[in-house]
Design a protein around this ligand. Structure first.
Ligand code: IVH
Length: 672
């Protein structure tokens, strides 16, 4: 392909990808399959690598991430990012309206109402039509530079093509994790035996601060924009700002409304009270803004918030209903989760029939009895929570719920390890939901990505005695599958192809797919990189394992337990035999020397000779490693100007050497 052809193809692909992105994220439709979309993106990335001169700053390839930021730079906001004053009462809202009227000397004014999205405030800076910086709110004056992570949010335009575009302006909004993505992530974490994310808002905030933007890209954050700020913008009302942003393809939630007076505002509040729960994002109230920018200027600000806007918060919604029964689910790791069956009740727009109860402690805490009238509330999660019991309605002689003693699937006596809230079914090898759960974990996208296979197929193969371990997948023949109910020639071939393809999946995915408890995707990547292949990991002693940065005793123990089991070792051998990847593909590393071999550093503060990234490079180039948290394994805290006091204190308490930039340079020189 000539450079000219490549340029044309890159531009074509970018245009098509942008078009499909727009359809998918703004209009929730699609004209092509995910697979076709991924193919186009892959081709684009390949061409851009081959012809880097045509890798444009707003290329859609930026969305897949890949940049690792160890420490986020600080950004000083051009205009402070303020918060809003809150109210839960209509009286206070009427008071607010009176203050506005008075502040404007009773001249006419209008409001603009929006929902209050429960995510993380972000600011996007555009210069000459390009997104040049994204930042978190931080303390309102200073935030963190999260540009690489924000670029992975597909609904955020990387560039804007329009006439009369202001040279520099900022768009502000709320980044969030759609409830559906949140639930999906938690399901996957549960499968990996990892701690669950508390709610979509914390998850969004944690995601934006992740170091690896490729992981951010997978999390599928989204963002609604609700403000535009800048010098001399040709815009006079908030409604105009929103209309302008819509024209430029920013993602604006179509839930806003211009209101002529406070009565219309009250109607808006009432209307959205239930409807808001059908939105893909959590909302906790509405924001009422004075529409005219000139009037906003007249009303001004208090120290913390504008006088021209207020947030009205909805009270948490609860309903009462009867507890009919408790059902127990068995997860991949054998963990038992009790689920309450409720008499169907309307709560905030949907009918609730089930509520999660987490574990036996929760049932004891609530002192639940079957037939009790319970209060249910909706939090951030789809499945509501039981928050209490209406004891006044309790039937006489009701009995406390007896937690099950045996696995509901295989009847094995349950165990509960010290310090753990969850009960477990120890019949790891014979309990059907555990066996099927492990295979479902194995084939999932983040692991072996066998997307031609789903839960139902796993069940079907299991029930037909064809599938007990992941290794059995590679023994399946055409006839085995073709004879299953619902399978035809094409679906059989597809399934076999998917299994075959999985043999190319890299080692870190395979390691994660094995389903070792506490070895989630990130830990698997660390272990794969550290040990390089399965043999070394298998042979690693407990000490060797806990000496790996960021691997603790709990993980080390779990790894040893896994490989201590002959059946697991057999599965691994069979998988090796089947031709899966059990070795890392080495990347060439730049080396200067080995003066810092085996030494672990934490780098903090600002330096004179190097930028922070450069100093970290220097450490790695001389055989050292860099981690972000001070722990007992760290050898040196490399302290620059303005280092955080907490890190220093922690290092002092652990007797870790605190060295200056000069000490560091001496170390490199003397040992050369
Ligand atoms: S306007 C001067 N509009 O609420 C404040 N904020 O307490 C301008 N938020 O930090 C904010 N939805 O994170 C505005 N439609 C909306 C909002 C919204 C959510 C958040 C935002 C802000 C906080 C204010």
């Amino acid at each position: 392909m000539t450079a000219e052809e490549a340029k044309k193809r890159i531009e074509d692909l970018s245009q098509q990808i942008n078009y499909h992105n727009q359809l998918y994220y703004q209009e929730s439709t699609s004209e092509i399959s995910d697979y076709e979309f991924d193919q186009m993106l892959e081709e684009l990335i390949r061409l851009e690598n081959e012809f880097p001169e045509y890798k444009y700053p707003d290329s859609p390839s930026q969305r897949v991430g890949g940049t690792v930021t160890k420490e986020f730079d600080t950004v000083v906001h051009d205009y402070p990012m303020l918060s809003l004053s809150n109210t839960y009462s209509s009286e206070e809202l009427t008071e607010f309206d009176k203050r506005v009227a008075k502040g404007l000397n009773n001249e006419d004014y209008e409001y603009f109402c929006e929902l209050k999205f429960d995510g993380v405030a972000i600011s996007l800076l555009y210069e000459n039509g390009y997104l040049v910086r994204a930042a978190t709110r931080g303390d309102g004056t200073r935030g963190d530079d999260i540009t690489h992570n924000a670029r992975t949010i597909r609904s955020i335009p990387l560039s804007i093509k329009a006439d009369n575009l202001p040279q520099r302006f900022e768009v502000r909004g709320e980044a969030f994790l759609p409830r559906e993505s949140f639930n999906k992530i938690n399901r996957q974490r549960e499968e990996a035996g990892e701690d669950l994310l508390a709610n979509p808002r914390n998850a969004a905030s944690g995601t934006l601060k992740m170091q690896d933007s490729a992981v951010v890209a997978q999390r599928q954050l989204d963002c609604y924009l609700y403000a535009m700020v800048g010098e001399d913008l040709p815009i006079f009302t908030h409604a105009e700002a929103i209309a302008q942003l819509e024209k430029w393809n920013f993602n604006i939630s179509k839930t806003y409304r211009a209101c002529k007076n406070i009565d219309e505002v009250f109607r808006y509040i009432k209307e959205w009270e239930d409807k808001r729960l059908e939105l893909p994002v959590d909302t906790d109230g509405i924001v009422i803004k004075v529409n005219s920018h000139e009037q906003q200027r007249i009303l001004g600000f208090t120290a913390k918030s504008p006088r021209w806007a207020i947030a009205y918060k909805y009270k948490a919604q609860s309903a009462s209903t009867q507890l009919l029964d408790i059902d127990y689910q068995v997860g991949r790791t054998g963990a038992i989760t009790p689920v309450a069956h409720l008499s169907p009740v309307k709560l905030a727009g949907t009918t609730v029939k089930r509520a999660s109860l987490h574990n036996a402690n929760e049932i004891a805490r609530l002192d639940l009895r079957l037939g009790d009238t319970v209060y249910v509330e909706k939090g951030g999660e789809i499945i509501p929570k039981i928050t209490g019991v209406d004891v006044s309605k309790r039937q006489a002689h009701s009995q406390s719920v007896e937690y099950i003693q045996h696995c509901p699937a295989c009847e094995t006596a349950l165990i509960r390890k010290e310090g753990e809230a969850q009960h477990f079914c120890p019949n790891i090898k014979g309990c059907p939901p555990q066996i099927k759960g492990r295979i479902e974990h194995y084939i999932q996208r983040k692991a072996m990505d066998i997307d031609s296979m789903g839960k139902e197929t796993v069940s079907l193969l299991y029930e037909n005695g064809l599938l007990r371990t992941p290794a059995d997948l590679y023994k399946l023949s055409y006839d085995d599958i073709f004879e299953l109910e619902g399978f035809k020639d094409l679906s059989t071939q597809n399934l076999l192809k998917g299994i075959e393809e999985s043999k190319k999946v890299p080692f870190e995915n395979v390691l994660f797919a094995l389903g070792i408890r506490y070895v989630g995707k990130t830990v698997a990547e660390k272990l794969a990189r550290h040990f390089g292949n399965i043999r070394k990991l298998e042979a690693a002693s407990f000490e060797e394992l806990i000496n790996v940065p960021e691997i603790g005793e709990r993980i080390a123990q779990s790894i040893q337990q896994f490989f201590g089991d002959q059946d697991n070792r057999d599965i691994v051998e069979e998988l090796i035999e089947a031709g899966l990847q059990f070795e890392i593909v080495e990347e060439e590393e730049y080396r200067e020397g080995s003066a810092l071999e085996g030494k672990l550093f934490v780098v903090s503060g600002v330096f004179t000779t190097f930028s922070r990234e450069e100093i970290k490079e220097k450490i790695r180039a001389n055989g050292g490693q860099v981690v972000s948290a001070v722990s007992g394994k760290v050898n040196y805290l490399l302290a620059g100007e303005n280092m955080g006091p907490a890190k220093r204190k922690k290092a002092e308490s652990l007797n870790i050497s605190i060295i200056s930039e000069q000490d560091f340079l001496n170390m490199l020189n003397t040992q050369k």
